[in-house]
Write a protein that binds this ligand. Structure first.
Ligand SMILES: NC(=O)c1ccc[n+]([C@@H]2O[C@H](COP(=O)([O-])OP(=O)(O)OC[C@H]3O[C@@H](n4cnc5c(N)ncnc54)[C@H](O)[C@@H]3O)[C@@H](O)[C@H]2O)c1
Length: 254
């Protein structure tokens, strides 16, 4: 499908995982893609692969975020889609009883303040166009509690969800849609490592998923492409769950 023909899309965290899969999908859909990442090697490789451009960005830094969008606008003359996706889940962020203030703040900065900054700096371009689609990556943990806590991560994703809903409402009549993407666990190298090292702990997660497996990044990217496109023209302010049924389940099939 070529639903994003000639549109300009900025993807943060495009160097890896969900961001990389989405940059690829956006390009297949016809978009010109700005691959933004703090890691120049990974972001540069992504840009080269999808025929897009690389933007070095630290999403927790306001000047850096502003420069990412202004350079995208200078280069292409418009910004149609912002996929605010970069995020971290470091091991120091764990139970509230062991997570110190510094670890808490770092995760809030990269996962939540970043989304505030990205929205704040991209919305004016979209207002001028009278159109735009913003997709902010939250998580299924924004809507459910977990006994294996990552307290700052969970709180940050709850913030992304609430912020996205509010922006979706505020800017709806200016043609700007804002949705929170809530992925379930994705089959990433980190998860594969957990399976290899601690199958019991991994199994504890898998048992809660009605579909019986983790998501592939391409499946998340497909949902993002839909939200970015006019196929989702009546969808804004949503909590867009792509979670294999986790959030709807009490017991799961054996
Ligand atoms: N993987 C999952 O199971 C899962 C589930 C739900 C939500 N999410 C969310 O999806 C998003 C992407 O996750 P992923 O698994 O693809 O992650 P990933 O670690 O594979 O990729 C994240 C990318 O973001 C970049 N990045 C990190 N800090 C940055 C910063 N300060 N500025 C700019 N770029 C930065 C990294 O260099 C990396 O390329 C995150 O927001 C994550 O919380 C992931």
């Amino acid at each position: 499908m070529r639903r994003l023909e000639d549109r300009v899309a900025v993807v943060t965290g495009a160097g890896s995982g969900i961001g990389l899969a989405t940059a690829r999908r956006f390009a297949q859909e016809g978009a010109r893609v700005v691959c933004a990442d703090i890691d120049p090697a990974a972001g540069g490789a992504a840009a080269e692969e999808v025929g897009g451009v690389f933007a070095a960005v630290d999403v927790a830094d306001e000047e850096s975020v502003a420069a990412m969008y202004s350079s995208a606008f200078e280069r292409f003359g418009r910004i149609d889609v912002a996929f605010n996706n970069a995020g971290i889940s470091p091991p120091e962020d764990d139970s509230i009883l062991t997570t110190g203030l510094e670890a808490w703040r770092r995760v809030q900065d990269v996962n939540l303040t970043s989304v505030y900054l990205c929205c704040r700096h991209v919305i004016p371009y979209m207002q001028a166009q009278g159109k735009g689609s913003i997709i902010n990556t939250a998580s299924f943990v924004a809507v459910m509690g977990s006994a294996t806590s990552q307290i700052s991560y969970t709180a940050s994703k709850g913030g992304v969800l609430a912020l996205s809903r509010e922006l979706g409402v505020q800017f709806a009549r200016e043609g700007i849609r804002v949705n929170a993407l809530c992925p379930g666990p994705v089959n990433t190298p980190l998860l594969q490592e957990l399976f290899a090292k601690d199958p019991e702990r991994a199994q504890r997660r898998l048992v809660h998923i009605p579909l019986g497996r983790f998501a592939e990044a391409t499946e998340i990217a497909a949902a993002v492409a839909f939200l970015a496109s006019d196929d989702a023209s009546f969808i804004t302010g949503s909590e867009f769950l792509v979670d294999g049924g986790i959030s709807g389940a009490y017991v799961t099939p054996l």
